[in-house]
Design a protein around this ligand. Structure first.
Ligand code: MN
Length: 240
C-alpha cells in the first residue's frame, strides 16, 4: 500500500472548499494508505491547542476517524502552525514529528522537512523564525489571552504578506548549498519537503550520489499528494 505525503493545505475558515477536499481525501484515498504524513502548514493559523477555531473541528474529526481506522498519521510543524501541540495530536490520534526527521520509506532512507529552514537566502525570515521558535518566546505567547494571541497572529500574517510581496522569487526558494548540507549531514537518498509551493521531483547528483529532492504541492487551488509505493514516488493533483 502507498505512503502519502501532503503539506501546505493552509486550512482557513474562508477556504471551506479546501477543508472539504481535505476531509474527502481523509475519507477515501488516505484510508488505503500505509501511513499519511502532513509536513507542515496544515493550518493557516494555529495559536495554541486551547483555542481551536470551530471551523477546524470537522478536519480534526476526520483525522481522528482516519487514525481510528488504523492508518498512522504523522504531523510536522510548518511556519504557520508551529504551535500545534500534544493535545491536538491526541484529538487527531496523530504523532508529531521533529523537523527534520529521517524515516525508512520502502527501504530508502528519506529525510522529511517542512522546508522553510532550506530558504536560507531569506535572512529576514530566518531571523523571525529564530524568534518564534524560541521556547521562552513561545511560553510567553501561550500565557497570553486568546484575544491577545489572535491579535498577534493577525499582525504576523499582515507582516508576512507585506514582506512576501516585496521579495524576489528566488529568495523564497530553497538555497542549493543548504540542500547539499542536509544531504551531507544525513545519510539519505531522498528529501521530501513542502513550503515553497513549487511541486516537483528533482533528480540531483550530490557528491557522486544520485539523490532526489521532492517538493510537495500546496492546496491553494486544488488537492496535491505525493504517492510513494514500491520505491517509486509520484505527485498527483485533484479537485472536487
Ligand atoms: Mn510553509
Amino acid at each position: 500500500m502507498p505512503t502519502l505525503f501532503i503539506s501546505d493545505l493552509h486550512l482557513a475558515a474562508e477556504r471551506a472548499q479546501i477543508s472539504a477536499l481535505f476531509i474527502r481525501f481523509l475519507e477515501t484515498q488516505a484510508r488505503q494508505a500505509d501511513a499519511v504524513y502532513i509536513l507542515g502548514d496544515l493550518f493557516e493559523v494555529w495559536f495554541g491547542d486551547d483555542m481551536i477555531p470551530p471551523d477546524y473541528q470537522p478536519a480534526i474529526a476526520a483525522m481522528k476517524a482516519l487514525t481510528d481506522s488504523g492508518v498512522p498519521l504523522y504531523l510536522m510543524h510548518g511556519n504557520r502552525d508551529f504551535f500545534m501541540g500534544e493535545h491536538l495530536m491526541q484529538l487527531c490520534g496523530a504523532t508529531l514529528l521533529d523537523d527534520p526527521t529521517v524515516i525508512d520509506l520502502d527501504g530508502v532512507p528519506t529525510l522529511l522537512m517542512h522546508g522553510d529552514t532550506l530558504c536560507t537566502d531569506d535572512l529576514e525570515y530566518m531571523k523571525f523564525r529564530a524568534m518564534v521558535r524560541n521556547p521562552q518566546w513561545q511560553q510567553d505567547v501561550l500565557s497570553k489571552s486568546p484575544e491577545e494571541r489572535l491579535a498577534l497572529a493577525k499582525k504576523f500574517r499582515d507582516l508576512s504578506k507585506a514582506e512576501t510581496s516585496n521579495k524576489a522569487e528566488d529568495i523564497m526558494d530553497v538555497n542549493q548549498a543548504e540542500v547539499e548540507r542536509m544531504f551531507a549531514a544525513y545519510p539519505v537518498q531522498r528529501l521530501i519537503h513542502g513550503h515553497t509551493h513549487r511541486p516537483a521531483i528533482h533528480d540531483l547528483n550530490i557528491k557522486d550520489q544520485n539523490v532526489q529532492r521532492i517538493v510537495l504541492g500546496d492546496w491553494c487551488a486544488q488537492g496535491s499528494v505525493l504517492i510513494c509505493e514500491d520505491g517509486q514516488c509520484r505527485l498527483e493533483t485533484f479537485t472536487m
